[in-house]
Design a protein around this ligand. Structure first.
Ligand SMILES: Nc1nc2c(ncn2[C@@H]2O[C@H](COP(=O)(O)OP(=O)(O)OP(=O)(O)O)[C@@H](O)[C@H]2O)c(=O)[nH]1
Length: 298
C-alpha cells in the first residue's frame, strides 16, 4: 500500500444460503453472524467492521434476496436492496456448487444498473471439481460485463478469500476510520445473544418451526462481585403445537437449545452465563407489524 488509508461500506448480497454469513465470519475470524443450513437465517442487516492498518471495511450482511411470501419476507428484500444504495462496493455471492438459476439472475438484475463497483464471488468451490468450476466460469461469461472482478472462493475453508479482500480494497476510496479499531460490530450484545439462541432452534428443530420463531432477550444482568451473567430470553412461536415441540418431552428440547446456546454466549461474553428460556405463542407475528417492531425489525 502507498500509505493512504482506505475505507468504505461493502454490501454482500446473494440469494439465501449462498454463504454470506460464513464469508463474513471467515473474514473476521470470529463467529458473529449466525449460520445454519436452512435458508433465510439472517433477518436484519448487521454491520461488521474489519480494521487493518491500511484499511477499514464495514460489511453489511443482508438478508438473502428472494421473492417475498409474507410481510417479514418483504421487509427482508427491502432491507437487502436498500443496503445497495450508498455503498462503495457490492459483492454478489453465488453458490457455484448448485445450478445457476433464476434466483441468481434475479440478483444480477438487481445490481445491473448500480453505478457502484461490483465483484462476483463464486462460493463453495470446495464442493466442485476444477472442470465443473470451468463450466461455471463459462456460463458466467454471459454476465461478466456486469462485474468489475470475478473471484472464486470457499468461504468455509477460507480459500482465496484474501484475494477477495484485496479486490475489495482495490475499489475502496481513501477515507477515514469510521469506527475505533477494536469495534467489530455495531450490533448490541443482546441481539447477538438472541441470534445465538435462534441459531440453536434452527439447528435442533425441523420444518416450519424455525422460521416461525423469534427470540427476544428480556434481561441481561451481571451478578454483583461475581463473574456471572444472568440472561432471560423469550422464544416466540406461532402455534401451541410449536411451543410443545420447542419445549420437548419434559423440557428436553428447550434444555438442549439452552445448553448449546449458553456455550456460545459464554465464549462471546467471556464469562459464566446462567440462561433462562421461556416459550410464548404469538400468533402470526410474522404478518403483524407491531409484533415485528417489538422484536426489533424496523
Ligand atoms: N462446502 C461449503 N459450504 C459452505 C461454504 N460457504 C457456506 N457454506 C454452507 O452453506 C450454508 C449456508 O451458509 P450461510 O453463511 O448461513 O448462508 P447465508 O447466505 O448467510 O444464508 P441466509 O442468511 O439464509 O441468507 C451453511 O451450511 C454453510 O456452512 C463453502 O465455501 N463451502
Amino acid at each position: 500500500m502507498d500509505g493512504n488509508f482506505k475505507s468504505g461500506f461493502v454490501s454482500i448480497i446473494g440469494r439465501p444460503n449462498v454463504g454470506k454469513s460464513t464469508l463474513i465470519n471467515t473474514f473476521m475470524g470470529e463467529r458473529i453472524n449466525i449460520i445454519s443450513d436452512k435458508p433465510q437465517t439472517t433477518r436484519n442487516t448487521i454491520r461488521t467492521i474489519l480494521t487493518h492498518e491500511d484499511y477499514q471495511i464495514v460489511f453489511l450482511d443482508t438478508p438473502g434476496i428472494h421473492k417475498p411470501k409474507h410481510k417479514l419476507g418483504e421487509y427482508m428484500v427491502t432491507s437487502a436492496v436498500q443496503s445497495l444504495k450508498g455503498v462503495d462496493v457490492v459483492v454478489v455471492l453465488i453458490d457455484c456448487s448448485t445450478h445457476i438459476g433464476s434466483g441468481d439472475i434475479y440478483v444480477f438484475d438487481a445490481v445491473k444498473n448500480l453505478k457502484t463497483r461490483k465483484i462476483l464471488a463464486l462460493n463453495k468451490i470446495d464442493k466442485i471439481s476444477k472442470q465443473e468450476l470451468e463450466g461455471v466460469l463459462a456460463k458466467i461469461t454471459l454476465y461478466e460485463n456486469i462485474f468489475d472482478s470475478i473471484v472464486p472462493i470457499s468461504a468455509k475453508l477460507g480459500n482465496n478469500t484474501d484475494n477477495l479482500i484485496n479486490e475489495i480494497v482495490k475499489y475502496l476510496p481513501e477515507g477515514p476510520m469510521y469506527f475505533p479499531p477494536d469495534i467489530i460490530t455495531d450490533v448490541p450484545e443482546k441481539f447477538i445473544v438472541a441470534e445465538y439462541i435462534r441459531e440453536k432452534i434452527l439447528l435442533l428443530t425441523k420444518e416450519e418451526i424455525p422460521h416461525g420463531t423469534a427470540v427476544e432477550v428480556t434481561s441481561m444482568k451481571e451478578r454483583e462481585n461475581k463473574d456471572i451473567i444472568d440472561i432471560e430470553a423469550t422464544i416466540y412461536c406461532e402455534k401451541e403445537s410449536h411451543k410443545r415441540i420447542i419445549i420437548g418431552k419434559q423440557g428436553s428440547m428447550l434444555k438442549a437449545i439452552g445448553s448449546r446456546a449458553r456455550v456460545d454466549i459464554e465464549n462471546l461474553l467471556n464469562c459464566q452465563v446462567n440462561l433462562q428460556l421461556w416459550v410464548k405463542v404469538k400468533r402470526d407475528w410474522r404478518d403483524n407489524l407491531s409484533a415485528l417492531k417489538a422484536l426489533g425489525f424496523n
